[in-house]
Structures are given as C-alpha cells and as structure tokens.
Design a protein around this ligand. Sequence first.
Ligand code: MN3
Length: 202
Amino acid sequence: MAYHQPALLYAENALEPYISAKTVGFHFGKHHAAYILNYNNLVAGTSLDNLSLEEVIAQSAADPQKIGIFNNGAQAWNHSFYWNCLTSDGGGEPSGELAAKIAQDFGSFDKFKDELKAAAATQFGSGWAWLVLEGGQLKVVKTSNAQTPLTSGQKPILVIDVWEHAYYLDYQNRRPDYVAAVIDNLLNWKFAAENFKKGSVA
Ligand code: MN3
C-alpha cells in the first residue's frame, strides 16, 4: 500500500541554528519525499503492494531482485524515524528508566555520547548512527546507505542521519560538528524514552 510521508512535527526553521531551514526544506521536501515517491512507484502492482512499509522492508531486505524497493523503503522509514528524533527543545540528558539503562550499559551518559559521536564520525560514506535495543541491551550501531536495524532484530531508539545531505549546506565537510550539535541541542529524549518503553516490553 502507498506510504504517506508523515508531516514534520515542527516548522522547517525550528531546528536553527543547528540545522537550517534550507537543509530541512531540501532534506524533508526533496530527499525524503523522493524516496517515498520511488518506493510507492516500485511496489505499486507487485505482490508487496498490500503490505505495510515495515513488512516490505523485512521481505525485500535479503532479495537482490528487490534492492530498489528495499533501498527506497528503508530510506523512507529511516527518515520518518529521524525527523521524530529531533526537536527544538532537545539535547540534554534523558531521565527515568532510559537514563538508568544508558548508565548501566555504557558506564555513563558521557561514555554513551562519545560512542555515538565515534560511530557517526567513522561511518565511511553515507549512513546512519543509531542507539538500539538488542537482546535487552542498549547498543550504538552504525549502518551504511539505506541499511536499518529493523532487519537485524534490533529496536531503534534514536538515530542521526550522517548522509552528506543532512549537514553539507550548514557544516560542509565538518560532520563531527553537525553530530555534536544534534546530540547537545536537538535529540528528542522523550521520543527515545517512548521507543525504549515499547522495545522493552516487546
Ligand atoms: Mn537523509
């Protein structure tokens, strides 16, 4: 079935000065929208047409014949998740059970931040840096291009898009500066806590 792009929960300029309205406008309005348009065109009329986006991602992930469907579908999902990971009053530290679990699994919140920054900085080429829950344990992982933790049995908690289109207009080649700005000022810990709660009981 056709996947519709979820509306942004904030204005395009809400993430300034850390991510400009111009970047959000192109990233959401052109890049993300194009993945969704391509995905819908590719699945229309196929045997996958009556499945949800998540089901199509699962079914196309290991099928070389469906690489175009997987790439566009996973990019559609990853971006919808990414937009919800950002908020104008974000950053700071999580609270409650998620904060305790981060301290338990990483040693401290600062160590978690260092690990996330390192994953984002060292992802070679395009990709994503994630906080995921796997087997009851929080982990930082990175994926390349359209790859998504959904196909590895991991529950996404947070993500940072490290494709150049996510930061090049604002930071040019300074990916670490973009990542630090997102972590310190934009990460939506309320959304992360909801994902952690759902992932913990599932
Ligand atoms: Mn992107």
